[in-house]
Design a protein around this ligand. Structure first.
Ligand code: GLU
Length: 477
């Protein structure tokens, strides 16, 4: 097999979205699995869609997720530049070759002419495609119009009736006829290439062995194969990834805020969970296993195990997976990833031992990172009691519960769970109070909220001296 070289080729039109991440991840996994090279190429030839800062965002997101780039705009490499707008001379040179061989031709039709052609074809119920009127211009006329500097594009002359057969690693053998293929624009009037020309030229010169891209490009493959043929080059292997679907099976929205990787990280999903989840949007391992670290994915991934059917994006599964990772990752790593939410919530950090005890309890019951901070907040910076809570706490019944604890609870040391259970039962029996009336005052005094974790957890986190302090405060209020 040819040396594996794969590229992720996003257009810098905004944030990295989940579909893009899936392509990048499959490129990365395939490269790592085969000892190949993972390349980042920026496809910025559609100047109207460029968003400032998007390249930095894309690279930042990949870096944050741990997908290291082997060759790319910042990393460099032997086949650069890796930004298409810096390769214009290379495309123009190939276009000259295609013009010389007659495989491409200039087209002077204005956008208005094309719009009219389109509406006439539609009204006649015909397939909409360029009618080739500029292909039939005389050599002299073309020359004269070019010399006058008339605006024009360069089109690829597609063969009329040609059946293209190609192997797609996911779909098997695919067959397509060119009868409905348009004479694709290769070079636009602004001198920039279209995706089709630039991608083929770059894939060739960057020695790309496998083109891994979304299913939406499948129907363009005959054009690309024809370009390879005209230019006398060997095409790469094709891999068209399945669509990503909403649970109702509609195509996943590309609205950036809904699906951008950054927005998921900002909501508090762990990068490990996000990568694992995205890896399973189309790929599955040899069995029903669902939890894979990035290293395990690198070991197990194969393109042959990618499905061709659309992959359903199920947010409840991502939540479930995030919970699994919150409990599975090393505690210190969870703390590290949760820290920004402590900062955002203005929660002052306790000493590391206490923080570890709190997060150990928190991660058992949380789904997202901000919940870890919210859970910790009730221990570290409890909110002031609401008027209603203060009133409940001031009732004679509540006060008697608090009194009882101040009297019976050891002042220091550690209370074993069995001892605490016995104490809780004894209090209930002596006071003749149980259920909500018994627990609410305790939680309100210790956490400033009526609900929260069970008493053993609260006791383990706060420790006896602090509990006494809080009880006394609640008795005074
Ligand atoms: N720039 C194209 C896109 O954003 C890349 C497609 C490809 O990988 O060839 O979808």
């Amino acid at each position: 097999m040819r040396e594996v070289r794969v590229r992720f080729a996003p257009s810098p039109t905004g944030f990295l979205h989940l579909g893009g991440l899936r392509t990048a991840l499959y490129d990365y996994l395939f490269a790592r699995h085969t000892g190949g090279t993972f390349i980042l190429r920026i496809e910025d030839t559609d100047r109207s869609r460029i968003v400032p800062g998007a390249i930095e965002n894309l690279i930042g997101s990949l870096h944050r997720l741990g997908l290291d780039i082997d060759e790319g705009p910042l990393t460099g490499g032997a086949y650069g530049p890796y930004v298409q707008s810096e390769r214009l001379e290379i495309y123009r040179c190939e276009v000259r070759r295609l013009l010389d061989s007659g495989d491409a031709y200039p087209c002077f039709c204005s956008p208005d002419t094309l719009a009219q052609m389109r509406s006439e074809q539609l009204s006649r119920g015909e397939f909409v495609k360029y009618d080739r009127r500029c292909l039939h211009l005389s050599r002299e006329e073309v020359q004269a119009r070019l010399e006058r500097g008339e605006a024009h594009v360069i089109r690829l002359k597609m063969p009329d009736q040609r059946r293209f057969r190609f192997d797609d690693i996911i779909r098997g053998q695919v067959e397509m006829n060119t009868s409905q293929s348009d004479d694709q624009v290769l070079l636009k009037s602004d001198g920039f290439p279209t995706y089709h020309l630039a991608a083929v030229v770059d894939d060739h010169y960057m020695k790309i062995s496998h083109v891994i891209r979304g299913e939406e490009w499948l129907s363009s493959t005959p054009k690309h194969l024809w370009l390879y043929e005209c230019l006398g080059w060997e095409p790469p292997k094709w891999v068209h990834l399945p669509l990503i679907l909403n649970p109702d099976r509609s195509k996943l929205s590309k609205r950036m805020n809904d699906v951008s990787v950054e927005s998921y990280l900002e909501k508090g999903y762990l990068k490990e969970a996000l990568l694992n989840f995205v890896a399973l949007l189309g790929w599955h391992g040899a069995d029903d296993r669902e939890i894979y670290s990035l290293e395990e994915l690198c070991r197990e991934f194969s393109l042959e195990r990618v499905n061709k059917a659309g992959a359903v994006f199920d947010l409840t599964k991502l939540d479930w997976m995030n919970g699994i990772y919150l409990r599975k990752l090393p505690l210190d790593e969870v703390i590290r990833q949760a820290l920004p939410w402590f900062e955002k919530g203005g929660i002052s950090l306790p000493d590391p031992g206490i923080l570890r005890t709190i997060v150990t309890a928190a991660r058992e019951r949380c789904t997202l990172l901000p919940e870890i901070a919210a859970y910790s907040k009730m221990f570290l910076s409890p909110a002031p009691l609401t008027a209603e809570e203060a009133e409940i706490l001031a009732s004679p019944q509540s006060q008697s519960v608090l009194h009882w604890y101040v009297e019976h609870l050891p002042r220091e040391g550690i209370l074993e769970k069995a001892e605490l259970d016995a104490l809780v039962k004894a209090g209930m029996a002596e006071l003749g109070i149980k259920g909500k009336d018994y627990y609410t005052p305790l939680r309100s005094a210790l956490l400033h909220q009526p609900h929260g974790p069970d008493l053993p957890t609260i006791f383990a986190i706060l420790g006896l001296p602090r509990i006494h302090e809080l009880l006394r405060e609640a008795l005074r209020s």
